[in-house]
Ligand binder design. Sequence first.
Ligand code: PLP
Length: 361
Amino acid sequence: MKWIKQLDQLKAYQPGKTIDEVKKEFGLDTIFKLASNENPYGHSEKVDELFQNTKFQHMLYPDGAATELREAVAEHFGIEPGNLIFGNGSDEIIQIISNSLIEPGINTVMPVPSFSQYKHNCFLQGGESREIPLINGEHDLNGMLEAIDENTSIVWICNPNNPSGRYIPKDELFEFIAKVPSHVLVVVDQAYHEYVTASDYPDSLSLFNAFDNVILLRTFSKIYGLAGFRVGFGIASKEIIAKMEPVREPFNVNAIGQLAAKAALADQEFVEECKEKNDKEKNRYYEFCEENGLSYYPTEGNFILINVNEDSQSAFDYFLQNGVITRSGAALGFPGWLRITIGKREENDKVFELLKERMKK
Ligand SMILES: *Cc1c(COP(=O)(O)O)cnc(C)c1O
């Protein structure tokens, strides 16, 4: 059959083990899943209330324009509904952007290690990925600028960056984007935006207001705690959104996801609470690492990358056998490190206990 040649080199995404799989395999009752940066505190109770009080009509297609959610998000940000594009997770927005702007002969510039889907989608489109290594976990913005040429269509920025947790301060990001040629779309993936506590981080819409060649990516999967529903969105000029809309599948955001996301958005108190709890727990990680001589990256997300000074996979296996699912740094471009989602207090205590135990070895 005439498979596209890119498929010769692609492997399917390897999801981590599920909680049930780990329970069965190791005969454990309690599993802490700290692998995918999901919200350990769940989601807003308003989402539960919605499910108790709604008579769903599952035989109907969803609203393809996600009108109610669109209006709620537009109002939340003080922008126009036409500045938004919705996706089946922000993963799908990354795919739509890539489908719209990458083809053979075109290149895109990205940090590495960073979110794997930038490169994956570029490869599928037959484009060239120009991967600019992080410096101490941070974007090398000068290196990225130098890599841009007349065939560059997208520059990817992950702020804060997954998996390093580091961020780009406002001034540096503004200076960078001002130097990016106007034929290049700057994608700023802000999946962890709501967790950021650094005071010099760019505020919500300043980038959107300042530049025409920027799209911001947001998701309901992380602090809103709705990863299972798959809802994400992009914020950009109406021209950019209108150009990409034909690429979007007509009914890409499911009906329940639209409702749940709208309910979750309305509960900013929950978001604020999760941010505060995460900040507190993040500081406990810092203290633990410092007391025990482990290096780590200070993080602006709900995850932390820790140097475990051994083979990532062995450390990962040890955690798994003890009921904690993490991400091996080796799979993320940081061999010798583990990426751990910052969980609830008792989950983090368990991580500390296991790290201590492991260091005795
Ligand atoms: C989790 C994550 C996403 C994808 O989130 P969706 O669930 O697809 O909305 C996008 N970018 C980064 C950096 C992430 O960590």
